[in-house]
Design a protein around this ligand. Structure first.
Ligand code: CP
Length: 308
């Protein structure tokens, strides 16, 4: 079996069978990663550039690890310290790198649509590692993998995406994926951080009351307040945000059931999530990070097999 797409630009245009294939392939790679020798030489003759125009810890390291585990040759590019500071365009930068016989591009960029633009101009396969406030497809895939590992499946599960929905590429990719795979999806947070008409546009439930959202869900995926993307005051203070929308141990203990707590990272401790929740027994935050390597191995392996 192979993917229906040459690039992974987002979840929006993936088929449910593409998602199932990536998740089942990731499960096989997770098994490989438990072995003493954690390598399979599937991409031995493939060269991949990791092109990061925006900061990253988890995504960049796990793509690099995934590439190394698959035996690929890797090049790491960060915009700082490169000729981007001399005015070189994205397309010129990429074409120069590709002229050195690079096969795949993993790209993070602050501009929404940057990988889609690139896909129109180059032949190499592109993996979107997060573009502005648009999509973060591999994060949604690793989130789905982690939920499936914990709860058995996505079908019929109630997932709430909580917090700064407006600026979150993780939220959009999760909504697309979870809806395609039969989960029930709610977004929750302050009205100023939830896009108007999201219910109509994406067929998700909307809830402004944190306690009601937590009472409804099986899984709460808590999102970071993205202050760097907010150019106006959207809530009164971080302290007040925490009081109204921070996930606390007291809130979780008051529920009649045990829900699963997720967060894509990086965490603002004491803002959207308290430390005893992030580090507590209901949290699968570090399992999400662990699963990111297997999921990214699956994406790279499957894209390398797509014949254009
Ligand atoms: N979740 C995520 O994308 O984290 P990084 O920004 O550290 O890659």
């Amino acid at each position: 079996m192979q993917l229906s797409t040459k690039h992974l630009l987002g979840i929006k245009n993936l088929l449910p069978q593409d998602i199932s294939l990536i998740l089942s392939t990731a499960a096989q790679f997770k098994e490989v990663l438990q072995r003493p020798v954690k390598k399979v030489p599937s991409l031995r003759d493939v060269t991949i550039v990791n092109l990061f125009y925006e900061s990253s810890t988890r995504t960049r390291i796990s793509f690099e690890l995934a590439e190394k585990r698959l035996g690929a040759d890797t090049i790491n590019f960060t915009a700082s310290g490169s000729s981007v500071s001399k005015g070189e365009t994205l397309l010129d930068t990429v074409n120069n790198i590709l002229s050195m016989k690079v096969d795949m591009v993993v790209m993070r960029h602050s501009a929404s649509g940057a990988p889609h633009f690139l896909a129109k101009h180059i032949d190499a396969a592109i993996v979107n590692a997060g573009d502005g406030i648009n999509e973060h497809p591999t994060q949604a895939l690793l989130d789905a993998f982690s939920i499936t590992e914990k709860l058995g499946s996505l079908q019929g599960k109630k997932i709430v995406l909580l917090g700064d929905i407006m600026h979150s590429r993780v939220a959009l990719s999760n909504i697309y994926l979870l809806k395609k795979m039969g989960a029930e999806v709610m977004v929750a947070g302050p009205p100023t951080l939830i896009p108007k008409y999201i219910h109509e546009a994406l067929d998700v439930q909307v809830e402004y009351n944190l306690k009601k959202a937590l009472e409804w869900c099986d899984v709460a995926n808590v999102l970071r307040i993205q202050l760097e993307r907010q150019n106006q005051v959207l809530f009164s203070s971080l302290r007040e945000y925490n009081l109204a929308y921070g996930v606390s141990k007291k809130l979780l203990d008051g529920l009649k059931k045990e829900i699963v707590i997720m967060h894509p990272g990086p965490i603002n401790r004491g803002v959207e999530i308290d430390s005893d929740v992030a580090d507590g027994s209901q949290s699968i935050i570090l399992q999400q990070v662990e699963n990111g390597v297997a999921v990214r191995m699956a994406v790279l392996y499957l894209l390398a097999g797509v014949k254009s």
